[in-house]
Design a protein around this ligand. Structure first.
Ligand SMILES: CC(C)(COP(=O)(O)OP(=O)(O)OC[C@H]1O[C@@H](n2cnc3c(N)ncnc32)[C@H](O)[C@@H]1OP(=O)(O)O)[C@@H](O)C(=O)NCCC(=O)NCCS
Length: 339
């Protein structure tokens, strides 16, 4: 489609959101100039006042006609719209003008919303803590939420066209709720073996992960990590964003290195980019390591967790790893044996 201009929706052009909301609510109708029902107005009320509000409109530059809108908005457990999953996941609304459907505009708008979330998650953007909705309370003390690369939405079960568009854009059913499907998009990723060229990017990732202690002048210098990879070429893994043409395609979002001393495997530095947690990358890395161990007749894999890292402790427990209370870790400097 030619002569289309995409503009971010701010305070000046927020009335377009009302039109988009009306089209989305009455998706069977062919009428173009409609208003949303009053009980749905809260969905776009106070647009731009809430952290994380993001919307794009598509306009025909020759006629000034509104062709479509997409928007993302965060909600709270005690105050939310239909497609709510959690307060860390914005809900998407989308609508294309009745005469312009089936031309690829919806797909383009959807992709813009996904790219937006990927960009925010990759750059480590944050939203203020506690209440993103001003009238629902004041901001808390800490520095807020990291933005996660995910989007939720609700679609009426009978709206097959929209549903298949969402599915082809990577949304999957999260839940069924009386006549609606709640769908969620999470970015795709793939496991890769880590190469020496990946080390700088991996180090940047590890630095974003609380709970990982790095010795960049020693074991975690580029030279020593290169030596580690050379000794354990198949046991050092990354998860990279997958999705042709997507923002951040190929970016390392998770990594761990594993050493084999001929007897046991030892996993070090398992870390997932804060914007890409709960995607299953950490589980997949550990599963792959255990499988590689089994292939080499290694009976056990160990890893070290800081006593203070309660999140990681819960995570390993959830995955069924056994916490050892019968062993203590003793260390000595090489070349300087204790007397
Ligand atoms: C711990 C960490 C690696 C988990 O990464 P992740 O991306 O959330 O893990 P996954 O998505 O693979 O989660 C796999 C499962 O563990 C669960 N899980 C993840 N974090 C959890 C936590 N803190 N508590 C309980 N369960 C957790 C997930 O819900 C998922 O469960 P399911 O498959 O049954 O649905 C990540 O939080 C991290 O990088 N933390 C900082 C670095 C760190 O502490 N590393 C460990 C050093 S020893």
């Amino acid at each position: 489609m030619e002569n289309i201009e995409f503009t971010e929706i701010g305070t000046k052009n927020r009335d377009f959101l009302l039109q988009g909301l009306a089209w989305a609510a009455d998706w069977r109708s062919a009428a173009t100039d409609t208003s949303p029902p009053g009980d749905l107005l809260y969905i776009v009320e106070g647009w731009t006042e809430r952290p994380g509000d993001f919307g794009v409109l598509a306009e025909d530059t020759r006629t000034g006609t509104l062709l479509g809108v997409v928007w993302l908005r965060y909600w709270q457990e005690d105050y939310h719209s239909y497609g709510y999953i959690s307060q860390d996941i914005p809900e998407l609304g989308i609508a294309v003008a009745p005469g312009y459907r089936g031309l690829g505009l919806g797909r383009t708008l959807l992709k813009m919303a996904q790219q937006h979330m990927l960009k925010k998650a990759l750059t480590g953007s944050r939203l203020p803590e506690r209440s993103r909705i001003p009238e629902q309370g004041t901001a808390g003390e800490n520095d807020g939420y990291g933005i996660a690369a995910s989007i939720s939405l609700s679609v009426e079960t009978e709206n097959h066209v929209a549903r298949s568009l969402y599915e082809s854009a990577g949304f999957r059913i999260h839940e069924k709720r009386s006549g609606d499907l709640i769908m969620q998009w999470k970015p795709g990723w793939k496991l890769h073996t880590m190469k020496p060229a990946d080390i700088p990017e991996t180090l940047r990732l590890w630095k974003r992960c609380e709970g990982i202690v790095l010795y960049e002048d020693a074991e975690d210098s580029r030279e020593e990590l290169t030596r580690f990879l050379a000794r354990n070429p198949e046991l050092c893994l990354t998860a990279r964003l997958d999705g042709p043409g997507q923002t951040g395609e190929g970016a390392v979002i998770a990594a761990a290195i594993t050493g084999w001393d001929g007897r046991r495997f030892y996993v070090h530095h398992l870390g997932v980019h804060p914007g890409f947690r709960r995607l299953g990358t950490a589980r997949a890395i550990l599963q792959r390591i255990l499988q590689l161990g089994a292939e080499r007749s290694v009976r056990k894999t160990h890893l070290f967790v800081l006593d203070s890292n309660t999140d990681a402790r819960r995570f390993y427990h959830h995955l069924g790893w056994q916490r050892r209370d019968d062993v203590l870790l003793f260390s000595a400097e090489c070349g300087d044996p204790p007397v």
